[in-house]
Structure formats: C-alpha cells, structure tokens
Design a protein around this ligand. Structure first.
Ligand SMILES: *[C@@H]1O[C@H](CO)[C@@H](O)[C@H](O)[C@H]1NC(C)=O
Ligand SMILES: *[C@@H]1O[C@H](CO)[C@@H](O)[C@H](O)[C@H]1NC(C)=O
Ligand SMILES: *[C@@H]1O[C@H](CO)[C@@H](O)[C@H](O)[C@H]1NC(C)=O
Length: 420
C-alpha cells in the first residue's frame, strides 16, 4: 500500500517537521528520504495497515491519485508536503484573552443550552493568529470550522486559509475541535457555540462563519440550541455541508467497518438520531443568513443535487438562504466539473459566492456574479495547483485520523437532554 507513506508523514506533525528538509537545503526534488520517494512509496506500517484498509473496503486507488499527482510535479511536491509540516498541528491549547466581563459563559442568554465543557477548554480551542486585528473598522471576522477527521489548520491551509488574497478585509480565526471532530457532534457544537459568542465579543462585531462538511452540522446545532449565537452571525457559508447526513451506506456505521466507527461518523447517516434531532422543529431551515455550496460529484455526501440534496437548507424563518449547486450554475463549464467533497473548497464559483456573501447583506446572490467568467475557471485566481493537490490530500489525513481514533463506538451517542 504505497500511499500510506505519505499518510504516516501527515499524522506525525513533529516527525514531518524534523524529517523534511528546510527550504534552504537543496534536495533532489522528487525524493524525501527515507519517507517519500516518488515511484517507491514504502512504509514499515504497510503490512499492518493494508489488511485494515482492505477490510474497510476503501478504494485506496482513488485516494492515491492525489498523492500520485504530487509526484508528477516534483518541484511543487516538496512545497506541498512542507506545507503540511509547518502547520501547527498541536494548536489546541491557546492562550486567548480572558473572557472576563464578556458574559458569555455559563450562558449568554437564558434560553441557551447548558455547556458540559469547561470555559477554559472551550476558549483554548479557538485559534487566533497573531496578525488578527481586533479593530472593527471595515474588518470582517471570519471563523473557519472544519469537518470530520481533519484539523482546522490543515483543512483550510490550502484553500480558505488564503481568503485574504480575495478579500483583504477578512480576518480569519479557526477552531480546533477535539479528536478532529470525530467525537460526538453535540460536543463539537458546544465549542462552536462558545467560539461564535467569544469572537463576536472580542471584536465587538458580528462575525461570519465558513464551514466544510460536518462543520455545518456543528454550526447548525449550535445555532439551534444556543439561540444567543444567532444574533452574532451575519453570514453562514457552508461548503459541502451534510445537513441531512449521507446515504452512502459504506461510509456510515454500522456498515462501515467497526474500525472506523467513531461517534460523529455514526451521527451522519441519513436516518441517524442526531440528524433527525437536528432537522426536527425547523432545524432543516436556516437560523441565520446562509449560503450553501455543493457538487454532484461529492463522493462522500449524497445526494448532492435536486430538491433532496443533503446540503440544502430551507428558509421558513425568512432569514435569507441561497443554495448553490455547482453543476446547475456552471452547467457544462469548467467550474461545474468533477469537484469532489473537498474539491468545492477550491472551486472558483465557491470562492466567488463566498466573497459575494461576505461583502453584501444577506446570502450570496448569483445575479451579482459574472458567471460567464467565473464558470470558465478551474481554480480561483488566488490559488495555485499546489493548493488543489494539498486540498485533495485531506482525505489521507482524514483516513489516518479515523483509523487512529479510539475508542471506537458501537452506536450513536445519546441525544442531549436539552434537545428534547
Ligand atoms: C470587568 O468588570 C469589573 C467588575 O465589574 C471591573 O472592575 C473591570 O474594570 C472590568 N474590566 C474590563 C476590562 O472592562
Ligand atoms: C425527495 O424526498 C421526498 C420525501 O422523501 C420524496 O417524496 C421525493 O420524491 C424526493 N424527491 C426526489 C427528486 O428524489
Ligand atoms: C437575488 O437577487 C434578485 C434580484 O435582486 C432577487 O430577486 C432574488 O430573490 C435574490 N436571491 C436570493 C437567493 O437572495
């Protein structure tokens, strides 16, 4: 199993950092010994992991593709791998300013659900870059929320982490969810609820939130059960969200092998208790201005087209919802092409819609976008081929995180009392 070399590189951040050459060293571009040499990806773990993957029925070939591509462009490959190496993988313990006087914990509004997690822990998960400016003038604070099995810093490093190239007034912060969001989604939602109120209080302004995949469930659950968060969010932009879970049976427990059944994976089946609880009582409808962006070629979340697309939200409350299906808007054009679950993160239309939503009141509106121009692009002008490859390799990180998560569980966590 060749691609696992790269995989083991990704999981051990510290090891990568010391193993990879620094940019000042000259190396043979297509060979990072002893870990990765194109044409001979080998790892001592192979014999252990191969049978596991085989058992899981995972089609490694489709994932290997992205690593294989790395080797096709040797000079970019190192930059790419180094990209993973320099990301602060252990950024979970932050020393964020004390929330003294912010009055957001144990609750901000009486109607908020009770937190089960201590405030210090919730606060420490928020990553605020040193460059972050608390100044309100014309800045748009944006919270990035990752999806299942990939830490935020890695998820967004090759895509929306570069949003300032497109929108210099945006100020990015992100949240590191414990166990890479593989735990109970209800717990991840507590982190998100707190982060929404915290970043808003810190900046004395409303904030925007951009999610990938399960991140949208964390946010929607937070908005539903912590109503105080609704008034601090002026844009919710959901990339490849699965508001209705997925019907891809082999990806969901119990059909997915026991080895991969983590709480949040259990919770994302089409009929999962969690999904039913979330969608009940209007949870299938937006609480704040929401823009969703999704692709038919999503192999993880299905269906992703038509009226029953998992990504779609309704708008009973009239808060403003724009559901954007790439293949409908950019039909027969490059940007309406084979974008995968992770591919939407670097889709040019997704970027145009995101910037449009952030710059205007209400959700994105396709009438303001030059679709003739945007739909012809393969990548947004702010990203490079390396970013595309780096984003595609997220699935490797996800696989590693899922396999190493423990303990695996044999069923969904209970729905919290406050949700009844
Ligand atoms: C926080 O509240 C305390 C007591 O109400 C007050 O003395 C203090 O000045 C406040 N601190 C800030 C930074 O506003
Ligand atoms: C969408 O789901 C509803 C309810 O399950 C079903 O009646 C309808 O036929 C579905 N629509 C499509 C296009 O599959
Ligand atoms: C987009 O703008 C048009 C024209 O102003 C308006 O009719 C339409 O309702 C808007 N769509 C959304 C999703 O807000």
């Amino acid at each position: 199993m060749r691609f696992f070399t790269a995989l083991s590189l990704f999981i051990s951040g510290a090891a990568i950092a010391s193993a990879l050459p620094s940019s000042s060293e000259t190396v043979e571009a297509n060979c990072v010994k002893p870990y990765l040499c194109c044409g001979e990806l080998k790892t001592p773990l192979d014999s252990t992991l191969d049978p596991i993957l085989l058992d899981l029925g995972i089609d490694a070939a489709s994932i290997v593709g992205s690593v294989g591509l790395l080797c096709l462009i040797p000079s970019k490959a190192l930059t790419c791998l180094n990209g993973y190496a320099i990301i602060d993988l252990n950024s979970i313990h932050r020393h964020n300013p004390s929330p003294e006087n912010l009055s957001i914990y144990p609750y901000k509004a009486k109607s908020d659900a009770p937190y089960s997690i201590a405030e210090n822990t919730l606060r420490a998960a928020i990553h605020i870059p040193r460059s972050f400016s608390h100044k309100r003038d014309k800045k748009i604070p944006v919270l990035l929320v990752p999806g299942t099995a990939v830490p935020a810093a890695i998820t967004f490093y090759f895509n929306f982490g570069k949003l300032r190239r497109a929108l210099p007034e945006s100020e990015l912060v992100w949240i590191d969810l414990p166990q890479a969001s593989l735990d109970d989604i209800q717990l991840s939602a507590e982190y998100v609820a707190y982060a929404l109120n915290y970043v808003s209080a810190l900046t004395s302004s409303k904030i925007a939130v951009i999610s990938w995949s399960q991140g949208a469930l964390d946010i929607q659950w937070a908005l539903k059960y912590w109503p105080s968060t609704r008034s601090v969010v002026n844009d919710f932009i959901a990339i490849s969200p699965d508001f209705h879970g997925t019907i891809v049976k082999w990806l969901v427990c119990p059909l997915l092998n026991d080895l991969a059944c983590t709480p949040s994976i259990w919770q994302q089946g089409w009929d999962a208790n969690f999904i039913q609880a979330l969608r009940s009582q209007g949870g299938d409808s937006a609480y704040v201005t929401t823009t969703t962006i999704y692709s038919s070629f999503d192999k993880i979340v299905r269906p992703m087209s038509g009226e029953n697309a998992s990504a779609r939200l309704l708008d009973y409350r009239g808060v403003g919802v724009s559901n954007n299906h790439l293949q409908t808007i950019c039909a027969n054009n490059a940007a309406g092409g084979l974008y995968t679950h992770e591919g939407v993160l670097y889709n040019p239309l997704a970027w145009a819609l995101t910037v449009d939503a952030l710059l205007h009141d209400g959700p994105s509106n396709i009438t303001r976008i030059d679709t003739q121009k945007i739909c012809e692009q393969v990548l947004p002008p702010y990203l490079e081929l390396t970013d595309m490859l780096g984003t595609e390799a997220l699935l490797l990180v996800a696989l590693a995180k899922i396999l190493t998560y423990s303990p695996k569980v044999s069923g969904e966590p209970d729905i919290a009392k406050y949700a009844y």
